[in-house]
Write a protein that binds this ligand. Structure first.
Ligand code: C2E
Ligand code: CA
Ligand code: CA
Length: 775
């Protein structure tokens, strides 16, 4: 006795049985000609006939748990059948074998079990058993007269080969990379097609709305025409009956196309027209939703598919379906990994892949490639002031406008934040410029969001392959450098990378960019260094010194950014900003210390800037009393650049705020001529700290010290005679303070008394009266 053969997919198997019934309303009558004709050419008719004596070639019945026949298909065996047992009907089956089979089905009620029983006449009987759940303990038995032993062996071999193929397929499909899946499926269809000598094997998938079907995979035997091309988006209504069966998950086996019943008249006509003689279609999908089907056509001869092979085909269909599902899952994951969820465009990883592909192609085909880096201007400002959700909407708008502008073979991706990258194959510089122009145009129209209108501005940096670099990394870096250059140039513009924009200047460019933002965000504020009276050390005022509270780099001193601020022309804005803070701090402090003064530094360039002087004037005027405590410091060197201009400006300022004091900073450092002093509205001289440093030293460099003393002495003298305050800067030791006192200096500044401190500490020092030593 052969092993019971459990077969999966029983729901489909049962459905198949029903379909089979539709096609063969009278299975007993048709059995002789149509059942189990696996290979009609080699069929052993004699054996077939011999088997008929004891048993119809095929029959079905329902039995109870004891094997008593309850109902026979067609009702013919119903009369007086209550005493008949399945073992009577199938003499080759004994009671013990039936009990074993029944137990196996009870243990796996979702399965159809099949055994092949060799019978005395040399033929084989195929018996299938499945459980009918209602009423309980009933079983469906289908019995078929199978082939002769020789035919049976052949069939068994074929089945084993098919099982091996299924096993191989299942591992291949599981391990198939997404992009190889289609090829593998076509191969598999070919292997099955050849194994069973059919002419065409194919796979159809339903559209998402289930209105159409498309032939996605196809294999044809030599000499048979391919159909797939014509079978795309075919309306389901084209094969009404067939598709109803497919969508319901029922397999359809048509051994003889011409015998199709009238319900399937449309299909019958179509198949006959196409010259198909037999076919089998097996749907696949999930329990409640079919996704498609595989099918096998026989054109050259009729072909009958054995039920167990059909079950195997269902397994194959399910395996394809699972592979599709795995592929879709993988694609979804890939989409997630390569896509930016906010804008729906590619992300940094996606860009990396596309850029390296594009580079490879450009290298091969000697094309030019532009890497265009786009950074929205002032986005952070919008984000901070209007909230992130509005910021997100702006990003989405910008993203969709960029996507709409970039042509299909080109790539657009979001790098993160408000940065986007476009990679485009270009003919030359002109084409890039044109593209960039189009990108700017796309941004022109203001964005209306929640009642607020925003202008979308951006800075664009462009690097070209092969001119500016050969790797993705270099090109992105160069584009970034160029983008910063565009920002520094004043934003809302583009810049091509030039070799002058080196790596070092890139850091500077970044700092420059940060510097502009810093001013907008009020990150640069004054710290105050006390100015004390000598010898009492009483705090009489402060010098406001700019400090930049950089978000990443911490507190920065002027030496870190002033140079840059001067070169990028933002120094004036910083000075105004420091003055504004000083005025407001001073207004507070003067309530308790009416004589308190603050000196602020002006850059040489400020004096050339009409608009800035205008603004200074306004600020001083509107500050009222507080302006009286303000002193501006201008270095001797910057005054000397254009002394007439400086003089005119200072005079104007004094007109706006008559009590305004003006100090010459770093006095004595280099310009020996003192003649100009009389021509300037100056109130204070600040002795350069280089001279102070020479004082109080017991060093062999006595000569320096002597000359420093002499200079300081003469400055103090000069001041006294011109009626100017004289302040010594950079006092670090008690000895220096003492010597300055001896020389008649009445005011000083320096680490000995205090370094610059934050405003709150300055206020405390002021209340305290004297400065603490604050290293
Ligand atoms: P400065 O106007 O000569 O300011 C005095 C500098 O000397 C300050 O450096 C101060 O911290 C430092 N200093 C004070 N006491 C001592 C001491 O005892 N020994 C030594 N070695 N140094 C001392 P800081 O704050 O780094 O400022 C450097 C320069 O930056 C300033 O020199 C000034 O020219 C410029 N600056 C500072 N703030 C501003 C500003 O708001 N606008 C402009 N245009 N320039 C500014
Ligand atoms: Ca100063
Ligand atoms: Ca100074």
């Amino acid at each position: 006795m052969s092993d019971p053969l459990p077969t999966g997919g029983d729901r489909l198997a049962l459905a198949f049985a029903r379909t089979h019934d539709i096609l063969h309303p009278d299975p007993l009558a048709k059995a002789g000609s149509q059942t189990m004709r696996n290979r009609p050419d080699t069929e052993d008719i004699a054996d077939h006939g011999a088997a008929k004596e004891s048993l119809p070639a095929a029959c079905g019945c329902v039995v109870d748990g004891e094997g008593r026949v309850v109902e026979v298909d067609g009702g013919e065996a119903g009369s007086g059948s209550s005493s008949r047992r399945i073992t009577d009907l199938v003499p080759a089956l004994d009671a013990a074998a039936f009990a074993g089979l029944r137990a196996a089905v009870d243990a796996a009620p979702a399965c159809v079990l099949r055994i092949d029983i060799p019978s005395p006449g040399g033929s084989v009987i195929a018996l299938r058993l499945s459980r009918i759940d209602a009423p309980a303990s009933r079983y469906r038995v289908d019995v078929e007269q199978a082939d002769s032993r020789a035919g049976y062996r052949e069939r068994l071999e074929q089945r084993l080969a098919f099982e091996r193929l299924i096993a191989a397929l299942s591992t291949e499909l599981i391990h198939a990379p997404s992009e190889r899946l289609d090829g593998l499926i076509e191969q598999a269809l070919g292997r099955i097609g050849r194994e069973f000598a059919v002419d065409r094997a194919y796979l159809f998938r339903f559209s998402a709305d289930r209105r159409t079907q498309s032939n996605t995979h196809e294999w044809v035997e030599e000499g048979i025409t391919r159909e797939a091309e014509h079978l795309q988006d075919v309306p389901m209504t084209h094969f009404p009956w067939l598709m109803e069966e497919m969508l319901a998950g029922r397999a359809v086996h048509v051994p003889v196309v011409t015998a199709l019943p009238d319900v399937a008249a449309t299909e019958r006509g179509e198949f006959i027209r196409e010259g198909i003689r037999s076919l089998v279609l097996v749907p696949f999908g999930s329990a409640d939703r079919m996704e498609g089907f595989i099918g096998f056509d026989s054109v050259r001869r009729e072909r009958h598919w054995a039920p167990d092979i059909l079950l195997g085909l269902q397994l194959v269909g399910q395996m394809f379906f699972n592979a599709f599902r795995a592929q879709e899952m993988a694609e979804r994951l890939t989409r997630l990994a390569f896509h930016d969820p906010l804008t729906g465009m590619g992300n940094r990883r996606f860009l990396g892949e596309r850029l390296s592909d594009a580079l490879e192609r450009s290298q091969r085909e000697q094309l030019k490639l532009a890497v265009i880096l786009i950074d929205l201007d002032d986005f952070k400002l919008v984000n901070d002031s209007y909230g992130h959700s509005l910021g997100d909407d702006i990003l989405k708008t910008a993203a969709s406008r960029l996507s709409a502008t970039v042509r299909v073979p080109d790539t657009v991706a979001r790098l993160g934040g408000d940065e986007f990258v476009v990679v485009a194959e270009v003919a030359g510089i002109d084409a890039v410029s044109h593209l960039v122009e189009r990108l700017f145009e796309a941004m022109l129209e203001p964005v209306q969001l929640r009642g607020v209108t925003f202008a979308l501005r951006m800075s664009v940096g462009i690097a070209l392959f092969p001119d500016d670099g050969a790797t993705a990394e270099t090109l992105l870096r160069q584009a970034d450098t160029a983008m910063y250059a565009a920002k520094v140039e004043g934003k809302n513009r583009s810049a091509f990378f030039t070799p002058g924009m080196t790596r070092d200047s890139r850091a500077a460019l970044r700092l420059r960019h940060d510097l502009r933002l810093a001013i907008e965000r009020d990150e640069i504020t004054p710290w105050y260094q006390p100015r004390v009276a000598l010898p009492s050390r009483q705090v009489i005022g402060f010098e406001a010194l700019a400090r930049w509270n950089h978000p990443r780099r911490g507190l920065l001193l002027p030496s870190n950014f002033l140079d840059l601020a001067q070169r990028s022309g933002v120094i004036g804005r910083i000075d105004l900003c420091i003055l504004a803070h000083a005025l407001s701090d001073l207004a507070g402090w003067r309530q308790h210390h009416p004589d308190c003064r603050i000196s602020v530094n002006l850059d040489a360039a400020d004096l050339q800037d009409e608009a800035l002087i205008e603004r200074l004037q306004q600020m001083l005027t509107s500050a009222g009393d507080a302006a009286e405590g303000i002193e501006i410091e201008i270095t001797e060197s910057s005054l000397m650049r254009d002394i007439d201009q400086a003089s005119a400006m200072l005079t104007r300022l004094r007109r706006a705020a008559p009590a305004l004091k003006v100090a010459i900073d770093d006095f004595g450092s280099g310009y020996s001529s003192l003649a100009y002093l009389g021509r300037l509205p100056v109130t204070t001289l600040k002795i350069d700290r280089g001279f102070t440093a020479e004082l109080g030293r017991d060093s062999p460099a006595g000569g320096n010290r002597r000359s420093a003393r002499a200079i300081i002495h003469s400055i103090i003298d000069l001041g006294r005679s011109l009626g100017l305050h004289v302040v010594a800067e950079g006092v670090e030791t008690a000895a220096q303070a003492e010597e300055l006192c001896e020389l008649g200096c009445l005011e000083a500044q320096g680490f000995l008394f205090s370094a610059a401190v934050p405003p709150a500490t300055a206020a405390k020092l002021l209340d305290h009266g004297t400065s603490a030593v604050d290293p």
